[in-house]
Write a protein that binds this ligand. Structure first.
Ligand SMILES: *Cc1c(COP(=O)(O)O)cnc(C)c1O
Length: 380
């Protein structure tokens, strides 16, 4: 049976050109970038070229980019690292109730170590309220961390306005842009963002590579200690092949940004309109307009999404209930709860996320199979 993949928000396949670019760094140019001889120096050069690409991509300076192992590590390094390094100013940070667990659990860890966290509410579309955010700022507030786009419902937060508020109050501003990269063009200067997380495997690079941008002059501590790599901020021999792959994936995103997003958005909008016209008690979750191109999160009232997923799997369809990080657990989505969804809608939320491998025929197949699966699910 042919597999049809609609879970690009969970991870993406590595593009052939990316694989081609990274392989030499696994088997031929395998030197350690810290070594002085030529294959070492070649690796150093490759790492720095990739760093320059990441920097240019978000309008940052090369020395403001730190490579990590994943988006989760970037979030940990930003949040813990900034809070630990700025204790003389205070111990308070502001985030939202709908962040990725990498942010939320970093905040929980800080709370258990004497820091204070304010968790902002969101409205029924998943957006933060700017007045509530500004009112939460205290004299001891060090950091605001608000995600650029939500991984479950796709809602885009008003990052530029938050950046202005943070800057006006002298508070550092971090955003988890893992879902936004590739879907939204990012300019850290325009956004007044001081720290930004991104991850390779959400943009067709392999798993195990991420990056963190931190604005020059913003103090942050290392949370992984050892050698002097990454300007003393992240010890560990560099994942050179992964770093090269991330640079190449970014090249491809830049080259085909409009084409990708136009296609993906068309598929997504077709899917949403088909579902809404065919199923009466389907409800779109997240902001209808301010959402990233690939995301469609729709609740089917009274249906158990896990059961729906199993049915879809029997047709070779890969999708997600809530987010991949929490599915498998019986706990309801913290994002949908924060948006105030009723129980019968939370359980029935199906996240479909589109990417480069999808076609309109795939989407028609998906909609048909959702129809068949719903009939089966509702019979029980
Ligand atoms: C996937 C994701 C992460 C985690 O990235 P990993 O590279 O898988 O650790 C963090 N935040 C958001 C919004 C994500 O979608």
């Amino acid at each position: 049976m042919r597999m049809r993949y609609f879970d690009y928000a969970a991870t993406t396949p590595v593009m052939p050109d990316v694989i081609k670019e990274m392989i030499p760094y696994l088997n031929i140019e395998y030197g350690n970038p810290s070594s002085m001889y030529s294959i070492g120096r070649k690796n150093r050069k490759a790492v720095e070229e990739s760093r320059a690409k990441v920097a240019k991509f978000i309008n940052a300076k090369t020395n403001e980019i730190y490579f990590t192992s994943c988006g989760s590590e970037s979030d940990n390094l930003a949040i813990k690292g900034i809070m630990m390094a700025n204790k003389e100013k205070g111990r308070h940070l502001i985030t939202t109730k709908i962040e990725h667990p990498a942010v939320l659990n970093s905040c929980k860890w800080l709370e258990s170590n004497g820091f204070n966290v304010t968790y902002l509410n969101v409205d029924s579309n998943g957006k933060v309220n700017l007045a509530e955010l500004e009112n939460s700022i205290r004299s001891d507030t060090v950091l605001i961390s608000v995600m650029y786009a939500n991984n479950e419902v796709g809602t885009i937060e008003p990052i530029e306005s938050i950046g202005e508020i943070a800057r006006a109050h002298g508070v550092i501003f971090h955003t988890d842009a893992v879902q936004a990269v590739g879907s939204i063009q990012i300019d850290v200067e325009k956004l007044k963002v001081d720290a930004l997380s991104l991850s390779g495997h959400k943009i067709y690079a392999p798993k195990g590579i991420g990056a963190l941008y931190v604005r020059e002059g913003v103090k942050f501590s290392s949370i992984q200690h050892g050698g002097h790599q990454e300007n003393n901020k992240r010890a560990g021999t560099e994942n050179v092949a992964g770093i090269v792959a991330l640079g190449k994936a970014i090249d491809l995103v830049i080259k085909d940004f409009d084409k990708y997003n136009t296609n993906i958005k068309q598929l997504r909008d077709f899917y949403i309109s088909e579902i809404e016209s065919r199923f009466d008690d389907a409800k779109l979750n997240g902001d209808r307009f301010d959402r990233i191109a690939g995301n469609a999160n729709i609740s089917f009232k009274g249906v158990d999404a896990e059961q729906l997923l199993l049915n879809l799997d029997s047709y070779g369809i890969c999708a997600s209930a809530g987010s991949a990080c929490t599915s498998g657990l019986a706990t309801p989505s913290h994002v949908l709860l924060a948006m105030g969804l009723k129980e019968e809608y939370i359980q029935g939320a199906l996240r479909v996320s589109f990417g480069l491998g999808n076609t309109i025929e795939d989407v028609k197949f998906l909609v048909d199979k959702i129809g068949e699966s719903l009939k089966k699910c509702r019979r029980f």
